[in-house]
Design a protein around this ligand. Structure first.
Ligand SMILES: Cc1cc2nc3c(=O)[nH]c(=O)nc-3n(C[C@H](O)[C@H](O)[C@H](O)COP(=O)(O)OP(=O)(O)OC[C@H]3O[C@@H](n4cnc5c(N)ncnc54)[C@H](O)[C@@H]3O)c2cc1C
Length: 808
């Protein structure tokens, strides 16, 4: 066995083989895959082999399309058939809400060129005669949908990788991973040791165990999953005879079922509600090409629906039931990318749909390893979306919830209950007593809105039960004063003698003077965004960076990767260890003035000033800035002082009509200022000019900051896209995100976020459109729930366009 390799891929399932193939294809032919048994000895061999492009997240859909398009390439290169059957498919809706979801899904796919259309139940029946059209209200027809042979496909990746020069060692179990002081790895196996620059955890069912070898608990859990195969069915033979084709794939969301032809019969699988985890604590190394005991009682309720929706099954004999385990992350998306704090260690695990996603995962990971960037938007799959808070117990609770809801609708205002509350701030009980309805963000409970007695969220695609209350919260901010808890924001302290110079080279903005703040975009080497922060110079206390709470691990990974090795800079992520409150609105200054001795006059406490001042009996860092776009203050303190400061502000605010507001009101407020947010408007595929953040980029500062040359090029060439704000003509449903933006009869962009701007009483959408059209006043429509709505370009913020209120 070889003793050195550029990269060692651990695991010979479909995912590991795809990673190896892509590494070899892009030039890292000195890579080796280690498999403890035969290839496909995890969940891969007993998969149903189904695949499709459609996914609720367009970026994941894009990777799924790539995966399916790849099969021809690996077949040709390897000479190994993948058993690809591109039958096409129908996705069925038995309820109006599900039908709305399908309409949304078709719309989202338009910009990506995903071939799907909405059809009637009758048309679905023509395409897939086994279904009873009276059970459905509508359907989606897709072209790129089908199934393949799981083992053949894995072998095709493996043979193609070998042809390109990569190596595969079977019956080679990785037993230990030891990192050398220089960051390289000793990969200890039962057959000897390999010295490698990079290791990839593609351990599938054993991903947790491989994670333990590097001291990490990856948030994955295997679930049992069953499908049945029928005896030959005369109805299937009849369809094959009359159409000359195989029976189409079908997904019946309300039955929680998927179906496809298997030889002369049918295969029907289900994501049952009464689901069962497998090996919750550790996966036995002795498990191999085995199946689990079927439990028909568990899937009986879904089968009953299936037999009703597809009546021919009632007469079919069941030939076989397959029960096998496969892994999921808490949100059902893969876990890919570099792991924070572990140089050269990469994840490619938690891939629950290896045959739809494996190719895309391999592509993104190989790009990332070789070029330092996945080359596409993989936010939804990035391992960094889960921090240390995603413990094993949390993961196990969430994965079970996700499995049972695999085919359920998640409405935009729906918060899922499993694994909560996990992290709470000291204000949790107080806010709850005042009606706070919480959502979980990176494990922390954050108030979304404050519901009146007896009112709760009614889950919907449309404006819902929170509408009037959120309107009142917004009105309080715009006319008096509102208070929001901001502990969920990410906060980092940068300190050390090298801090200023380091930040100057890492952030694209100017570095503020002591006591001042600035907005600070952070760029990748290709000049695209990897962060947008508020940066404050606190003098002797170092620098404070404030950013998106969802991206704390993501950004810490980047910060740590770029820290100088001489120890001159240190960075700490505070999480909920630094608590926050914000007050905003025309009376905010009076409220704060009532609890501090500091001079808050504009001359002494300017917009973007930050100071440590007394607040009540406590001391807090107070910055004059507000994401609401109104005059306001952000207040940061140790959690132990949070309740005191909260009580003091609420008491002082009472005569001014202070009202609590949550993140939904904040969203409404920031929209009418056209403020973007991370993971929505700002993502690693947009340049600062495209995102409208160029005014914060110090293109000419002396420091050679990361991405400077590329950002300058973007400035010169103008980029491809522009972020724009639209007012949409709707009465009952606002945009959620990812809707297509049309100009004339062409889709020219997509929505990043939006909602109802209550103070302006207008529905707002933000999104990217092509540069050439970006300033066209007329001709815009945005497709919401299958209907194209007239939209008007909104060139200036709807509120306080001249920033008089903000600065006053
Ligand atoms: C019943 C069932 C039906 C399914 N149907 C579908 C479907 O229709 N479509 C679809 O896309 N997906 C389906 N799946 C899911 C699919 O099987 C998985 O997405 C896919 O197999 C994941 O592949 P993987 O390579 O990540 O993991 P695995 O297949 O588990 O592979 C991991 C490999 O790593 C090896 N390994 C682990 N640790 C070590 C070590 N320390 N040293 C060396 N080797 C190691 C293991 O031996 C194993 O071969 C189904 C799964 C099941 C169970």
């Amino acid at each position: 066995m070889q003793t050195t390799a550029r990269a060692v891929v651990i695991g010979g399932g479909v995912v590991g083989c795809s990673v190896l193939y892509h590494l070899a294809k892009f030039g890292w032919t000195d890579s080796v895959l280690l498999e403890r048994d035969e290839l496909t000895s995890g969940s891969t061999w007993h998969a149903a082999g189904g695949m499709h492009t459609i996914n609720g997240d367009p970026n994941v859909a894009k990777l799924q399309k790539y995966t399916i398009d790849l099969y021809k390439e690996i077949e040709e290169l390897s000479g190994q058939p993948t058993g690809l059957h591109l039958t096409g498919g129908v996705m069925l809706a038995a309820t109006e809400a599900r039908f709305d979801w399908l309409k949304n899904t078709v719309a989202k796919g338009r910009y990506l060129g995903i071939d799907a259309k909405i059809i009637t139940p009758e048309r679905a029946h023509e395409l897939m005669p086994l279904l009873d059209p009276s059970c459905f209200v509508g359907a989606l027809e897709t072209v790129v949908d089908g199934h393949l042979d799981p083992s053949g496909t894995t072998q095709a990746y493996a043979k193609a990788a070998r042809k390109l020069g990569a190596n595969i060692e079977r019956f080679t179990k990785v037993e230990e991973l030891i990192q050398n002081p220089d960051g390289t790895w000793r990969v200890i196996t039962n057959r000897g040791e390999i010295h490698a620059e990079h290791v990839v955890n593609a351990g599938g069912l054993w991903a947790r165990e491989v994670g333990h070898m590097v001291g990490r608990e990856h948030p994955v859990l295997a679930m049992e999953h069953m499908y049945l195969i029928t005896e030959d069915m005369p109805e299937v033979a009849e369809i094959n005879r009359t159409t000359g084709k195989e029976v189409l794939h079908a997904i019946d969301f309300d039955g929680e079922l998927y179906l496809r032809q298997e030889r002369g019969g049918m295969l029907m699988g289900t994501y049952e509600k009464a689901c069962k985890a497998w090996s919750e604590h550790s996966t036995p190394w002795t498990f191999g090409h085995e199946l689990l005991q079927p439990d028909i009682d568990r899937i009986a309720p879904s089968l009953e629906v299936g037999f009703k929706h597809f009546p021919a099954f009632q007469n079919a004999g069941i030939k076989k039931i397959v029960n096998g385990p496969f892994t999921f992350a808490p949100d059902g998306n893969p876990l890919i990318g570099p792991v924070r704090g572990l140089q050269g260690y990469w994840c490619a695990c938690g891939v629950m749909a290896g045959f739809s996603q494996g190719g895309g995962v391999g592509l993104a990971l190989a790009n990332w390893m070789i070029h330092g960037d996945p080359g596409m938007d993989v936010w939804a799959m990035d391992v960094a979306r889960f921090g240390d808070w995603a413990s094993k117990a949390y993961t196990n609770a969430k994965v079970k919830e996700n499995y049972a809801r695999r085919f359920s609708i998640r409405f935009p205002n729906e918060e899922l209950p499993a694994g909560r509350p996990l992290k709470t701030s000291p204000l949790y009980d107080r806010l709850k007593a005042r009606g706070a309805q919480f959502g979980a963000a990176a494990g922390l409970e954050v108030p979304l809105w404050y519901a009146p007695e007896g009112v709760r969220d009614e889950f919907s695609w449309y404006r819902s039960t929170d509408f009037d209350t959120v309107a009142a919260e917004v009105a309080a901010v715009r006319t008096q004063v509102g208070l929001i808890e901001t502990t969920g924001f990410a906060k980092y302290t940068v300190s050390g003698p090298g801090a200023r110079a380091w930040l100057d080279g890492l952030l694209a903005s100017k570095i503020p003077a002591p006591g001042r703040m600035t907005l600070a975009p952070m760029l990748k080497h290709d000049g695209r965004l990897i962060g947008d922060f508020t940066l404050a110079d606190l003098g002797a206390e170092g620098f404070l960076i404030i950013g998106s709470g969802l991206a704390e691990d993501y950004h810490m990974r980047w910060f740590q990767q770029h820290l100088p090795s001489d120890g001159s800079v240190s960075i700490v992520a505070h999480g909920a260890g630094l608590a926050g409150l914000a007050i905003a609105g025309p009376r905010a200054r009076e409220v704060l003035a009532a609890v501090t001795t500091a001079d808050l006059s504009t001359a002494k406490f300017r917009f973007m000033d930050i100071k440590r001042i007394p607040v009540g009996m406590a001391s807090a860092l107070v910055g004059r800035v507000s994401y609401t776009g109104d005059i306001g203050y952000e207040i940061w303190c140790e959690p132990a002082y949070l309740v005191h400061i909260f009580d003091a502000l609420m008491a002082a605010g009472e005569p001014h009509g202070i009202r609590l507001f949550g993140s939904r009101a904040l969203n409404s407020l920031r929209l009418e200022k056209a403020y973007g947010s991370w993971a929505r408007e700002y993502r690693p595929i947009y340049g600062p000019l495209e995102a409208g953040l160029d005014r914060f980029v110090a293109y000419d500062k002396p420091a050679d900051f990361v991405g400077k040359q590329a950002a300058r090029r973007e400035k010169e060439t103008g980029g491809r896209l522009r972020l724009r704000c639209f007012v949409v003509d709707v009465t009952d449903a606002d945009v959620i995100g990812d809707e297509p933006i049309w100009h004339g009869e062409k889709v020219v962009g997509w929505v990043t976020s939006g909602g109802y701007a209550h103070a302006s009483k207008l529905s707002v959408a933000m999104g990217y459109v092509s540069c050439e059209l970006a300033d066209e006043a007329e001709g815009w429509t945005i497709e919401i729930l299958g209907v194209r709505r007239t939209a008007r370009l909104q060139p200036k913020p709807l509120f306080d366009a001249d920033a008089k209120r903000l600065m006053g």
